[in-house]
Design a binder for this molecule. Structure first.
Ligand SMILES: [Zn+2]
Ligand SMILES: [Zn+2]
Length: 926
């Protein structure tokens, strides 16, 4: 048969095939629109993973969230564009290739810059972007035709233009500043790339001789404290607080720097804390940011005593050539020998390490390129702060990150954009050895722009990776080259709609994009030709910060703990769909995910359930076809409808589907992936499989005597609801839904993919409330009868009468649908009574009392125990409800629907209690 699905659901068998098909058919490409207007776009930029990267659980969550939203928006009629790419990742990539060279017994220095860079490109061509291949396999619905790499020619043009333009605007300068220097990577690194670890070290107290008025040592000492004694070689002063009583007599005096014999002044500075150490602070402007600031205030020189590899340089005299820690030991020993070491104290402090290679970072004076952060930062603040009307150009979810962002942005320093690497965008600046001025140019110059000499050499530094990735929202659409095509892209897709990312790159990347986007995009006119406001210059309108994926015990995943879950392994075992669904079912704003494989196993079973439902459905479709009953294809693809006089279960399942669609759409609108996933799960497993399929079996009569119209109507509802439910599930489980949807259309689907169909939307007033209410009564009765049967030990296959006491209106509902109750609860006959026979075990709900007539005397002690327990439970519940309802302050504050709900609950519990007491009283004596 054509729509035969294999008996067993095997995700590996179907996922590879569809993943490959989606890419081959370029299904999610979003070309430049031919004309303005049309559906509003939903644009989303993939945070570009490092080209060296491999997919981890954080990516998997991030990408699952983006894919769900993109597929949902696309199916909801938006022109959806999800743009992928990779980042050249300066330090990470250079380190990786350097490691290879080391293994080959060579080094980048031996290779030389040009050959090394060529070698990195070669590496990139062979191995780069493996993470995008992983994304392809996982079915991410991105536009692969727009894939970029941050070192691509066209993106490099944007980087160069941005640099030159900022330089022309006086916003880029070169200067000496204390940077975090990694002696291993031999480059400056950003504050954000430094990880601090607690370190048990020492505080060394060193005695500096005070020089007397005669120019000789006076015999008095001023004691300073330091955690890095080797930096004393670069001391240029000692600072004390101007009001420190202990040192008033030293004002204006000089000290002799031990080991170096340099005369250095004692300076007065209010920054000095009198309580720390001895209250006297050595000042080393070239090796500490605070000392640097003090040096500026007091016009002191800066003496850099270390080279790029953190060895002491020529300024260190006798210690020149020693590694910083070897020098430290030697210096401490020498001081001790000279009687100048006052004390060594244990001291725990936070030591900065390079995030990439874990080497201890050396704060060090270095000449770097900087972006003057104002007025860029002010614009980036204005883009997030509410305006006079309370509107925000960029909205953060969870909202708390807005404060985090603003707080950081308000305290931001000038941004050091140069890195001493070879892999990256080389800074377009040329140094002239004749006039010593700098030429910055869009096109490589042949002569100095100041003196005309040809004696120019290009700056060796490259730009910080975040400089190029910060430009992505404008550069991916072709800025600064605003051709007609690029202009059309900007008109259609800029500002992007949403950025989904982790907290860890809020400052690195999100903030940079906002600064650079707001700065450069405003030159591109709006589609109608008017000028672009700040609100439309922003790179994205919304930022969603996703949570962390932790292990099942809520521990952070880490290699050292060995609790890292490899998403690819889990996917192999359970399928992509089950892993995606696991993540979605736990993802909501601000909540970390405790990833539990047991849940993935559960969702794999869910997929299996859907698979089996499809097989059941196809079997019936085929049987119907044999007797000429065929579902009209026009019934599929939209929201199913049913006739007003259709059987209850048909009206009910359509009402449920509508209610589910409304809830799922609302949940996704608010990033409640968890609610959306759980609501779909409940519908599919509970309403559709457990209830509807069981009931519809009654209606699918293919016999000679069948009412063909009724069978066809039932089959149509079954197929159309299932088809719509597949579309509802599709963004969450794209593979299994694609497979079944295609099978459903028997090789002749109305679109190239289920992902290109329409997402179920609940039409207004389409939820048939009376169908829901009636079905609830029928379901309630079936559930109670099943429970009673179990309790009194009715054999599985036995069919028994049931006594029901119920009000007239509800009795009519049961009577109309008695076939359902009889079939699903194994009831031979429903006897409506005004009072349940005293000998029968009775179950009561607020709607009805029910008992199963079964020829087995009830076990009185067991029944008494059960009723006693029930009574206790009801009494407790009633007391709690009464307590709350008599609490004045609760009543004053609680919303009215909550109070109403509580009152209803109270009266229902009271009824149940009375019934249970009555039943207990009616039990025969032992
Ligand atoms: Zn490093
Ligand atoms: Zn010159």
């Amino acid at each position: 048969m054509p729509h035969d699905l294999p008996k067993a659901y095997d995700p590996t068998a179907i996922e590879d095939r569809w993943a490959e098909y989606w890419v081959r058919e370029n299904l999610f490409a979003q070309p430049t629109p031919d004309a303005p207007g049309g559906e509003p776009a939903f644009t989303i930029l993939l945070p570009p993973p490092n080209v060296t990267g491999r997919l981890h659980m954080g990516h998997m969550l991030n990408q699952a969230e983006m894919d769900i939203l993109t597929r949902w928006r696309r199916m909801s009629g938006r022109r959806a564009l999800w743009l992928p790419g990779t980042d050249h990742a300066g330090i990470a990539t250079q380190m990786m290739v350097e490691r290879q060279l080391t293994a080959e017994g060579t080094s980048r220095q031996q290779l030389g810059r040009e050959a090394f860079v060529e070698r990195v490109w070669e590496w990139k061509r062979h191995y780069g972007g493996a993470i995008l291949d992983q994304m392809k396999r996982l079915g991410a619905s991105v536009d692969w035709s727009r894939e970029y790499f941050t070192m691509d020619e066209r993106l490099s043009v944007a980087v160069r233009e941005a640099f030159v333009r900022l330089h022309e605007q006086g916003l880029i300068y070169r200067g000496a500043y204390i940077v975090n220097w990694c002696p291993r990577c031999q480059t400056a690194i950003s504050d954000l790339e430094v990880v601090y670890e607690e370190h048990k070290g020492h505080l060394w107290e060193i005695r500096y001789p005070v020089i007397g008025t005669d120019g000789k040592d006076s015999g008095e000492f001023l004691t300073v404290a330091t955690t890095r004694p080797e930096t004393m070689l670069g001391d240029v002063a000692v600072a004390i607080h101007p009001e420190d009583d202990r040192y008033l007599h030293l004002h204006g005096k000089k000290l002799r720097l031990p080991l170096v014999n340099r005369e250095i002044p004692i300076i007065l500075d209010e920054w000095v804390s009198r309580d720390f150490g001895t209250g006297a602070v050595k000042v080393t402007p070239a090796h500490d940011p605070n000392d640097f600031a003090m040096g500026e205030r007091h016009h002191l020189p800066s003496i850099n005593v270390m080279d790029d590899s953190a060895h002491i340089n020529a300024e260190g005299g006798a210690y020149a050539g020693l590694d910083r820690y070897v020098a430290r030991k030697r210096i401490v020993a020498d001081l001790e020998e000279q009687g100048l070491l006052a004390a060594v104290k244990d001291y725990t402090n936070n030591v900065g390490h390079c995030d990439r290679c874990k080497t201890v970072v050396e704060p060090r004076l270095s000449t770097q390129w900087f972006i003057k952060i104002q007025p860029l930062a002010d614009k980036a603040i204005a883009a997030v702060k509410p305006d006079a009307e309370g509107n925000k150009a960029i909205r953060f979810t969870p909202e708390m990150y807005e404060k985090t962002y603003l707080n950081w942005m308000e305290n931001i320093h000038d941004w050091c954009i140069s890195r001493q690497l070879w892999w990256g965008h080389r800074i377009p600046a040329w140094h002239c050895s004749t006039c010593h001025k700098i030429t910055v140019a869009r096109v490589d110059p042949t002569a100095c722009s100041h003196c005309g000499a040809a004696t120019i050499t290009q700056e060796t530094d490259v730009l910080d990776t975040w400089f190029s990735s910060g430009l992505l929202p404008v550069s991916v659409f072709g800025w600064p080259n605003i051709t007609e095509k690029n202009r059309a892209d900007f008109d259609a897709f800029y500002p992007t709609s949403l950025l989904v990312t982790g907290f860890d790159i809020l400052f690195f990347w999100v903030a940079r994009m906002i600064m650079l986007g707001c700065w450069f995009a405003d030159e591109i006119p709006m589609p109608d030709g008017s000028s672009r406001s700040l609100a439309d210059s922003v790179p994205f309108r919304e930022v969603y910060i996703h949570a962390l994926v932790r292990d099942a015990n809520r521990e952070k995943m880490s290699k050292t703990k060995g609790n890292v879950i490899d998403p690819i392994e889990i996917v192999k075992e359970f399928g992509t769909d089950a892993v995606r669904f696991t993540l979605a079912s736990m993802a909501s704003p601000g909540t970390d995910i405790a990833f539990n494989v047991a849940r993935t196993e559960g969702y794999r079973a869910f997929a299996n359930k859907i698979w089996n439902a499809a097989r059941f459905l196809f079997m019936n479709v085929d049987r119907a076809a044999e007797i000429g009953i065929v579902v009209d294809p026009a019934a599929l693809g939209g929201m199913p409808t049913v006739a007003a006089d259709a059987p209850l279960e048909a009206r009910w399942v359509v009402a449920e589907l509508n209610a589910t669609a409304a809830k799922v759409n609302a949940a996704l609108e608010n990033y409640r992936y968890d609610d959306a996933a759980n609501i779909i799960y409940q519908f599919f497993w509970g309403s559709f499989c457990d209830w509807y399929l069981e009931i519809v079996k009654l209606r699918l009569d293919f016999s000679e005597t069948a009412d063909k119209a009724a069978t066809k109507a039932a089959l149509t509802t079954l197929v159309s609801v299932f088809e719509a439910a597949l579309r509802l599930l599709s963004p969450f489980m794209p593979f299994i839904t694609e497979e079944i949807w295609n099978a459903l259309y028997d090789g002749n689907p109305p679109a190239k993919s289920i992902a290109l169909t329409r997402y179920p939307q609940s039409a207004q007033n389409s939820v048939d409330a009376s169908a829901l209410a009636d079905m609830a009564i029928v379901q309630g009765l079936i559930v109670e009868v099943r429970t009673v049967r179990k309790e009194i030990g009715v054999e599985e296959k036995a069919v028994t009468p049931a006594e029901v006491r119920i009000d007239a209106a509800k009795q009519a509902v049961i009577q109309t649908n008695s076939a359902l109750v009889e079939r699903l609860a194994r009831v031979s006959e429903i006897r409506f009574v005004t009072k349940i026979s005293a000998t029968l075990a009775t179950h009561s709900t607020p709607d009805f009392d029910v008992a199963v007539v079964y020829e087995r005397t009830i076990d009185v002690p067991v029944e008494r125990e059960r009723l006693t327990k029930d009574i206790a439970k009801y009494e407790k519940g009633l007391a709690a409800a009464e307590r709350q309802l008599s609490n004045e302050s609760f009543l004053a504050k609680a919303p009215s629907n909550v109070v109403e709900g509580l009152k209803k609950q109270e009266s229902e519990t009271r009824q149940l209690l009375e019934k249970a007491r009555g039943a207990l009283g009616a039990l025969p004596e032992n």
